[in-house]
Design a protein. Structure first.
Length: 109
């Protein structure tokens, strides 16, 4: 199983679509044809906020999740990485955005 850390950057895989449901959401991969159930609205909010520019910790904090709940989210996110619903983003490929004040790596001169 993939281990996801608070400093990791993730994003929804480009072939995955989220469909809201009463219980949370369905995630469907058009590439693998896998279907995953996101069984809690809080998890859906975290997944929706993972755009590859912010860390998992930032995403959890921005949607108002208590930090003490982080371990359960890290487990769920690891499962979504394993099922190819989420994909890791290498820090050097992160493009700065308006909401992200994290310094980015620079090319050597």
């Amino acid at each position: 199983m993939s281990v996801v850390g608070l400093d990791d950057r993730l994003r929804l895989h480009s072939s995955v679509s989220l469909r809201p449901e009463r219980f949370g959401a369905l995630a469907y991969s058009f590439t693998t044809r896998k279907l995953s159930f996101l069984k809690h609205p809080d998890l859906v909010r975290v997944v929706e906020s993972l755009d590859g520019t912010r860390t998992v910790a930032q995403a959890i904090g921005e949607v108002g999740i208590d930090a003490r709940r982080s371990p359960s989210f890290l487990t769920a996110l690891g499962t979504l990485v394993d099922s190819e619903m989420l994909e890791p983003v290498a820090p050097e490929t992160v493009q700065p955005s308006l909401h992200d004040d994290t310094p980015t790596a620079q090319e050597p001169a």
